[in-house]
Unconditional design. Structure first.
Length: 44
């Protein structure tokens, strides 16, 4: 290498991430859509 030499470093390919999370609802009720989704995933 010499002075002024340019080094090319390619970017890493982007990948999709997978996240598992749980959001607890406030209050004493759960939105019907959330309850339905939980039942479909057999979480409740």
């Amino acid at each position: 290498m010499s002075v002024g030499f340019r080094l090319y470093i390619p970017q890493r390919p982007k990948t999709n991430g997978e996240f598992n999370a749980y959001v607890e609802p406030r209050g004493n009720t759960v939105a019907p859509a959330l309850e339905t989704a939980a039942r479909e995933l057999r979480l409740i």
